[in-house]
Design a protein around this ligand. Structure first.
Ligand code: EPZ
Length: 442
């Protein structure tokens, strides 16, 4: 039975939502527990599908994972780590991109790793070539990498290496960190990603006993150590969910207090939010986002790696720009195909044109390669309800925002995708006064 979410639009969202641990840190922190000689405790864990997927993957590898039913905190004990069977691994094929990060820790513990075919949002090809190159640098041997997954061995252990990433890839940087901390000798990685989630992962690895420094030139140096202990860590809040609710407040002309939102991880977003006419108030407990009245202003925006404007913030903001008075231009420089979600916005009445040219100054890998990675948005245009099928996590949330702002009723399918990254989003929508119903369809 599939689910369909019916949304009656035109209602300003008002009230409070609570944002917990970041979807793009928590699953990686869980994988890091494999590296410890003693149990790890992870706090501020959201109830999202990616956490369930990694919990299951850890369990098939012999790690005991217990969840505090009140706080949601996870205690992971890796003392029983063992090889999983290929059948067990295959049941996780297509679920997430996180399994590729099991390689380093499993190679350290077992000398081998079998990784299922990866999932993740369809926002580009999302290859793992950087990851495999990183593992080869440490001395791993890739037996096979293909549609049935990847099997990797390290018969001679893993040795520190000097690595230069072709692009500041978040995943590849995590691959280096999770492998280098227990490799023999020192590792240096140039052109590393330094997103807040990366720095939070470095913090918990440091708590385990790792030796890691981050240079001002994006060079991260790791001195490998023999053993690591378990950690006790509170995950940083989810800046992407915070930005999503902020955009929802703007588009529905509402007023939302996002408890847990941290200004330090959102500065580029907050700058842009104010530039287009949104307002916010920062407190120690979170951030209040609201539409102060008046017209929204168009802008020219380029997504980039940290500390630039995060690619995951672009989709919800596009919906706000459809309501701005004038022409906005967005150059998406991180993923080649992250504007697919705008088709549904056009069906609802938005004016969005996609282009394969780089409409911006940041050097981009996608120019002249026929990827529609620049968008021109003309507003304001009234939005009317439509039937939409959700394409990916952030694009899907943008569809929800658009439907909530649109006049009339929308029916949204593919809604389970939202569970991957937004904890209890239905409860949050109803708490904010949204008029929504979830039904089953045959
Ligand atoms: C992480 O994905 C996040 N996902 C993404 O969030 C986020 O958009 C992205 O980082 C960028 O910040 C998780 O952390 C689970 P990358 P990741 O490696 O690590 C190319 C969301 O909505 N690339 O930094 O997969 C890649 O195709 C998701 O929460 C290679 O070419 O991102 C992309 O163009 C979406 N080869 C660029 O690098 C590789 O081996 C950046 O990807 C790896 C990446």
């Amino acid at each position: 039975m599939a689910k369909v979410l019916t949304i009656h639009g035109g209602v300003p969202l008002k009230g409070k939502v609570t944002v917990r641990g970041a979807k793009n840190l928590v699953p990686k922190a869980m994988v890091a527990a494999l590296l410890g000689d003693s149990p790890s405790v992870l706090r501020n864990v959201p109830e999202i599908k990616d956490v369930a997927v990694v919990t299951s993957l850890l369990k098939i590898h012999g790690v005991t994972v217990s969840k505090d039913e009140v706080t949601g905190d996870l205690t992971m004990d890796p003392s029983g780590t063992k090889t999983a069977t290929s059948n067990e691994i295959d049941t996780h094929a297509g679920d997430s991109r996180i399994p590729i990060l099991f390689c380093g820790p499993l190679l350290h513990s077992l000398g081998e790793a079998l990784i299922p075919n990866l999932g993740g949002c369809k926002i580009g090809d999302r290859p793992i070539d950087f990851h495999l190159d990183v593992l080869r640098h440490f001395g791993a041997e890739i037996d096979k990498a293909g549609p049935l997954g990847t099997s990797i061995r390290a018969p001679h252990g893993l040795t520190g290496a000097k690595i230069s990433l072709p692009y500041p890839s978040v995943g590849a940087t995590e691959q280096v960190l999770l492998t280098a901390v227990r490799a023999k000798g020192t590792t240096e990685v140039e052109n590393a990603a330094i997103e807040p989630e990366i720095l939070d992962l470095i913090s918990l690895l440091q708590k385990m006993g790792a030796i890691i420094t981050v240079g001002r030139d994006r060079v991260i140096r790791i001195i490998g150590v023999e053993k690591l202990n378990g950690y006790n860590h509170k995950a940083l809040p989810d800046r992407n969910e915070s930005a999503s609710w902020a955009s929802a407040a703007l588009v529905t002309k509402g007023d939302i207090f996002v408890e847990g939102a941290a200004q330090r991880d959102l500065t580029a977003f907050l700058h842009t939010y104010r530039q287009i006419g949104g307002e916010f108030e920062v407190t120690d407990d979170g951030i209040r986002f609201f539409h102060p009245g008046g017209d929204l202003k168009p802008l020219i925006l380029e997504t980039d790696v940290h500390p630039g404007f995060m690619t995951d913030w672009q989709q919800p903001l596009v919906v706000a720009l459809t309501q701005a008075t004038g022409v906005s231009i967005i150059h998406e420089t991180v993923y080649e195909n992250r504007f697919g979600f705008t088709n549904a916005l056009v069906e609802m009445g938005a004016k969005v044109q996609l282009h394969s040219e780089c409409l911006g100054a940041i050097p981009c890998r996608f120019g002249q390669r026929n990827f529609q990675h620049s968008a021109v948005i003309t507003g304001p245009t009234p939005l009317t309800g439509a039937d939409v099928d959700i394409p990916d996590l952030r694009g899907g949330f943008s569809h929800l925002i658009a439907a909530l702002a649109a006049e009339g009723t929308s029916h949204v399918t593919g809604i389970e995708l939202i569970n991957r990254g937004y904890e209890k989003f239905m409860d949050k929508l109803t708490d904010l006064g949204a008029r929504v119903e979830m039904n089953e369809i045959a």
